[in-house]
Design a protein around this ligand. Structure first.
Ligand code: HSE
Length: 297
């Protein structure tokens, strides 16, 4: 028995939802293959597209997959092949795609004993390995699609929200190294009451805008008081990238997850493509490579 899956890239935080909101990109993702084998246990047999360890305990997919294998305890073995297409350290959920893909594929080979929501907990164990925190705002949207909102971590309570029909994301990935664990370490541990009030307003408005497809409201809510002020200094051309997006008529944007990628949301593909072109011009002369994706959500 063999199963081939596509495990999507994701944008965590979506500005005002640090650690509690993420969205799934429709056309950027890894490919993973799962094969049933006679010898019990999990093995990663091949990884292409990235220099990652095959040892389970050192690999996000291995840690997440192993956590689920211990729970399901199948009487057969599983061999996993990973074709990485999402670059590590890009800020569009590369590790989450590995972790979410691993638990999805194993669950599928076992006959789907757990729901996608139940799989989130196991995928989070993989995230903890690389980011130092078992955050769910990449693995939840990778497993559920659309937007995922983490109402609570303990107990885990996740709300899946469909994306408005015409919502597109443009993501630029400047290939400079920025590890999640490092961009988490620059964050302040406290916020002021004033900042919390602003953030609550924006997050509530954003969630409401998703349910009502109110694109203008969505655009007004794409601000972040908590992490962007600290992290944006680590990202080259951050302000310029946001400014050109606004000129194209985009709704708004911010740092994708822990960075260094920057995302912009737009109503309609044309605006999203315009943002991509304008971003390209901004980075025309920089001395590092940049990938730019346009994706429906
Ligand atoms: N919420 C996490 C962070 C996402 O911003 O650190 C990391 O992709």
């Amino acid at each position: 028995k063999e199963i081939k899956i596509y495990s999507p890239a994701t944008i965590a935080n979506v500005s005002c939802g640090f650690d509690v909101l993420g969205l799934c990109l429709d056309n950027v993702g890894d490919e993973m293959i799962f094969r049933q084998s006679a010898e019990r246990g999990l093995r990663i047999v091949e990884i292409t597209g990235a220099d990652l360890p095959l040892a389970l305990e050192k690999n996000v997919a291995g840690v997440a997959g192993q956590a689920l294998m211990e729970h399901l305890n199948p009487d057969f073995g599983i061999e996993m092949t990973i074709h990485k297409k999402i670059k590590a350290g890009s800020g569009i959920g590369s590790s989450a795609a590995s972790a979410a893909g691993a638990v999805y594929g194993i669950n599928a080979l076992c006959g789907y004993p757990l729901s996608k929501k139940e799989l989130i907990y196991y995928a989070m164990q993989g995230e903890a390995l690389v980011s130092g925190a078992a955050h769910a705002d990449n693995v939840a949207p990778a497993l559920l699609g659309g937007f995922a909102f983490i109402r609570s971590y303990d107990p885990l309570d996740i709300v899946s929200i469909k994306a408005p029909e015409q919502l597109y994301a443009t993501v630029i990935h400047p290939q400079i190294e920025l590890k999640t664990i490092d961009s988490r370490s620059v964050l302040k541990q406290t916020v002021t009451l004033k900042q919390a009030i602003t953030q609550c307003g924006n997050l509530g408005g954003l969630i409401s805008a998703l349910y009502t497809s109110d694109y203008d409201l969505l655009g007004r809510c794409l601000h972040d008081e908590f992490v962007e002020p600290k992290r944006s200094v680590l990202i080259p051309n951050f302000k310029e990238l946001k400014d050109v997006a606004a000129k194209c008529g985009a709704l708004g944007g911010g740092i994708s997850g822990a960075g260094p990628s920057v995302f912009v949301l737009s109503k309609g593909k044309e605006v999203a493509e315009c943002v991509a072109q304008a971003m390209k011009a901004i980075v025309a002369n920089v001395d590092y490579a940049c990938d730019i994706h346009v994706s429906p959500i």
